[in-house]
Structures are given as structure tokens and as C-alpha cells.
Design a protein around this ligand. Structure first.
Ligand SMILES: Nc1ncnc2c1ncn2[C@@H]1O[C@H](COP(=O)(O)OP(=O)(O)OP(=O)(O)O)[C@@H](O)[C@H]1O
Ligand SMILES: [Mg+2]
Length: 488
């Protein structure tokens, strides 16, 4: 036995000498867990190099297990007679782990492709549902029971959209599409939704005058909902989750390298559940780390990646058996929340001409009806080339389109990106809004570089449509008359 053999087997040459080989070289099959005995005899019988099955596990003297690759052969003396057997083995535990990581990465990649396809189709369907409910809600008086029900239905559809988003974010890394937002509403909406039907309730403690954040609302809502679901699961007997939000300033003196100084919103989510032992705390943000029977172990990995992409950070305190608190720090925004974001019930009274391009009939018609409801004259196109033709024809007549709303991905046809390039070449002043059900496309995060003046993710509510139209119209106010809200 050389040094490495001593190390891997846990036996020193001195202790091993004179013992049975099966005792020292104690191997089992990695697949079946059964002991492999008589390896010397097998090698002797074969008379050539013998390789053992790929996943042999060596159990050391102390009982630790390592996956090894091994082979053996007979050793001949000068006179050609067999004088022994040599076994060569090395530790491939790390290599196997790396291979497993690779398999996981590939799985995530295919999950991403699948999720992308589902998100696209699913969000188009949801657009038809949400658009119609949004329109129906507009026909009902505010404050009535029917209004409230339709409003709840809208919220639920937005959650359904976020479910696909959740998959996408993790599998593809999803660049956040940020806007100035208030955390208060995101927190209460996501937490209440996550706790539906649960015996756990939520207790809020939101400071007055919380600063706004620059955030992807869908992603931040995922963060809250993943943390609330974990807290809920940590209290199977029921209980109360406390969620607090406050403004804090991180001074240079508190910085330990990882955190930038500045103003943050701190969100704390506490439960009085099972808590975690110290050794788990290091690993909870790792993908696939789970202690639950049916957990995927992705919840906190997603939280971590989203918060990081928002230039924030997460910390956790937990006491085994007592409870857990997660703290999320998100940088405060210097900007103010736009009036249109807050005004959920306003109706824009604007007239103009808009071209809607989408390959799905159900989407085209509901978006068209929303726009007509808002007072626009609507034209339609099924793909990029139709849109360009229609736009050009209108441009040459005396009623050009003021705004174009384009779907980003058109299976088998010219999509929004290419069409926007061509439209801009045709008319540099063209105002184009990109709309997509596949919100992880990088084009959406950098829509301005791609020639778009605005972005809207399917499915969306009427208010979001008003908002984006408002912004686009104001993006260049010398050219377009501002959209005015009647109650402003
Ligand atoms: N509030 C909490 N209280 C106690 N343990 C927690 C809490 N939050 C997370 N954990 C521990 O961290 C592990 C990882 O959490 P994570 O959300 O990433 O995955 P999961 O909840 O197990 O599965 P998934 O969220 O994908 O369904 C959990 O399995 C649990 O052991
Ligand atoms: Mg979880």
C-alpha cells in the first residue's frame, strides 16, 4: 500500500499487513449497495487488466465513503510465474459530483426552453382572459361586489403569469425589467396571495413614507411569496408571519465589503416555526438544497438571484425550534413613482391611431377592444411584414399611425425586433411599444436600444396599457400631444 491507498482506505500499511484483502479494500457497488468480494480471485482468473464497475464505493476504516475508479491486474515474476495482483484506484467523488452538477445544469437549461414555450402560449391565453375581465370591470361601478370580484380575478391572473415567470427567472436568469415601485403593495399582495387557504396569517408593520424602489415587480413579488411560503411551511400548526418594512441608511462604517453604502428598504419576514440548525444556514441558498419531502430546493436560490440582480442583499437569522427571520435589503430609488402608476382608476381620453401586431387572434381582438375603449382608432397586423405594409400605407395617406404595439415573437413570421428596425428605417419618428408573453427575452430589458419607446408584458391590465401609452406619448412631447387624464 502506498500513501494514497493508506489515506483512501483509512488503514496504515502496518495495521493492514496480514489481514484479509476484503477487510482492507472494503468495496460496495454504488448502484446496489452490495459488497463486492473476492476481487483478487477475479483478477487472477482473468489474467489480464480488469476494470471494476464505474461506481464502486470504497468504505474506509472509519466508515467514510468515496466513489473510486479502480482496475487491477496480475503481476508476473521474472520466470513468468504469477507472483501477485496489483490494484490501482483513485478517488473520483469530486468528478462524479461535477458530472451531477452538469446534469442538473442541463436539466435547468431544458426546463428553461420548456418554460419559455409555455410562458409564451400561456400568457397569450391569459391576455385574452385578463383583457376581457379588465374591460368587464370597467362596465361595473366601483365599490360594488361585482367590481371587487372582477378586480380579484385580475389579481389572480397576474399571479398565474408570475408562476411561469418564476420558472423562467431561475432557468434563464431573467434580467429584471425595472420600474419605480412601492414595496408596500407588492408585499401585501404577494403575501396574502401566498397564504390563501393556509392556517397561517400575516401581520404587517410598514413604516410611514417608505422610499420607492427600482424593481421588477413580478420578481420582487416572487421573492416575497417564496419567503412567505417557506415561513408558512415552517409552521404546520399555524401561526402568524410578521412582515416589517422600513427605510434604512447603510453607512460606510457598517460595510464588510459585500454591501454598498446608501439608502435601502429593509423588509423583514419572521416566523415562529421550526427554525434551522446552524449547519443548514450555510446551504439554504444553494439550488436544490431542501429538507422537505416534496421540496425542489429552488425557492431560496431564486430569492437570492433576484435580490442580487436588484443590487440588494439577503440575510437570515434562525434559531432551531424557535423561528426564522429573513431580511431583504433593496436599494431605494431616487425617482418618484409616476402619477400614472398610482392612478389605477383613471381613464385616458386620447384619440389617435394605433396599429396592433400579434399573431394570436384572441389577443389582437381583446387588445383592440381595450384600445377602442380608450378612444383609439385601431388597425391590425398578424406579423412584422403585414405591420410594415400597413404602416407604410398609412404613412403615405393622411392618417398615419401614432403608435404601434408589437408582439416580440411571431412563430414562423417576422417578429417585433426585426419589424421595429425596418419601421424605424421607414419612419425614424415611429413610436413602437414592444409587448411579449415571454418576458425573459433580453430585448425587453433593453428595449430602447432596439428602437422601442415602451414595453408591456402580456398579460396586462387596462391601467398598464394606459400607463405605457402615456409614457410613450410623453417620451417625445414636442411631437405628440400629451394624453390627458380627465381627473388631473
Ligand atoms: N422559514 C424557514 N424556516 C425553517 N426552515 C427554512 C425556512 N426557509 C427555508 N428553510 C430551509 O431551507 C430549505 C431551502 O428552502 P427553499 O425555499 O430553497 O426550498 P424548499 O422550500 O425546500 O423547496 P421549494 O421552495 O423549492 O418548494 C428548506 O428546505 C428548509 O429546510
Ligand atoms: Mg421554499
Amino acid at each position: 500500500m502506498n500513501k494514497v491507498a493508506e489515506e483512501l482506505s483509512g488503514w496504515s500499511l502496518e495495521d493492514a499487513a496480514g489481514r484479509e484483502i476484503d477487510e482492507i479494500f472494503n468495496i460496495i457497488s454504488g448502484k446496489t449497495g452490495r459488497r463486492c468480494r473476492g476481487i483478487f480471485e477475479k483478477i487472477l482468473k482473468a489474467g489480464c487488466i480488469v476494470e471494476l464497475t464505474s461506481r464502486t464505493v470504497l468504505i474506509s476504516k472509519e466508515g467514510s465513503k468515496r466513489t473510486i475508479a479502480d482496475s487491477g491486474t496480475t503481476v508476473y515474476g521474472k520466470d513468468g510465474a504469477i507472483i501477485g495482483v496489483v490494484i490501482v484506484f483513485r478517488d473520483i467523488t469530486e468528478k462524479i459530483l461535477m458530472e451531477e452538477e452538469l446534469v442538473k445544469a442541463r436539466k435547468l437549461e431544458s426546463l428553461g426552453i420548456l418554460a419559455g414555450g409555455i410562458a409564451h402560449d400561456f400568457n397569450n391565453i391569459l391576455m385574452a382572459v385578463l383583457g376581457n375581465i379588465s374591460l368587464a370591470r370597467r362596465e361595473v361601478r366601483v365599490g360594488t361586489g361585482l367590481y371587487a370580484k372582477l378586480f380579484e380575478a385580475e389579481k389572480a391572473i397576474i399571479r398565474a403569469k408570475e408562476l411561469t415567470q418564476q420558472l423562467l427567472t431561475f432557468s434563464k436568469g431573467g434580467t429584471p425589467i425595472k420600474s419605480t415601485a412601492s414595496v408596500k403593495e407588492i408585499i401585501t399582495d404577494s403575501a396574502d396571495f401566498a397564504l390563501r387557504g393556509s392556517n397561517v396569517s400575516c401581520n404587517y408593520d410598514m413604516a410611514e413614507g417608505l422610499w420607492p424602489i427600482e424593481a421588477d415587480e413580478g420578481q420582487i413579488s416572487q421573492v416575497i411569496s417564496n419567503l412567505v411560503i417557506n415561513a408558512d411551511q415552517a409552521m404546520p400548526e399555524g401561526g402568524v408571519i410578521r412582515i416589517a418594512a422600513t427605510n434604512i441608511s447603510i453607512e460606510p462604517s457598517c460595510i464588510d465589503g459585500a454591501i454598498a453604502e446608501g439608502k435601502y428598504i429593509k423588509i423583514s419576514i419572521s416566523d415562529s416555526g421550526v427554525g434551522m440548525p446552524q449547519e443548514h444556514l450555510q446551504r439554504i441558498f444553494d439550488p436544490y438544497f431542501t429538507t422537505k419531502k416534496s421540496g425542489s430546493g429552488l425557492g431560496l436560490a431564486i430569492v437570492y438571484s433576484i435580490v442580487k440582480k436588484h443590487d440588494g442583499f439577503v440575510t437570515v437569522e434562525s434559531e432551531h425550534g424557535k423561528g426564522t427571520t429573513f431580511h431583504i435589503y433593496l436599494p431605494a430609488s431616487q425617482r418618484e413613482i409616476k402619477a400614472a402608476d398610482k392612478a389605477a382608476e383613471i381613464i385616458a381620453q386620447d384619440t389617435g391611431k394605433v396599429l396592433v401586431m400579434d399573431d394570436e387572434e384572441a389577443v389582437r381582438s381583446v387588445v383592440g377592444r381595450i384600445l377602442e375603449y380608450l378612444g383609439w382608432e385601431v388597425g391590425y397586423a398578424e406579423d412584422g411584414s403585414q405591420a410594415i405594409k400597413a404602416y407604410e400605407a398609412a404613412l403615405n395617406s393622411d392618417s398615419a399611425f401614432d403608435v404601434v404595439i408589437m408582439d416580440l415573437t411571431i412563430p414562423g413570421g417576422m417578429g417585433g425586433k426585426e419589424a421595429a428596425e425596418q419601421l424605424k428605417a421607414l419612419d425614424p419618428k415611429a413610436k413602437i411599444i414592444v409587448s411579449s408573453g415571454y418576458s425573459n427575452d433580453p430585448v425587453l430589458a433593453e428595449y430602447e436600444q432596439c428602437g422601442f419607446s415602451g414595453v408591456i408584458n402580456k398579460p396586462y391590465r387596462i391601467e398598464e396599457m394606459i400607463d405605457v401609452l402615456y409614457r410613450v406619448a410623453h417620451s417625445d412631447s414636442s411631437e405628440t400631444e400629451a394624453i390627458r387624464f380627465p381627473n388631473e
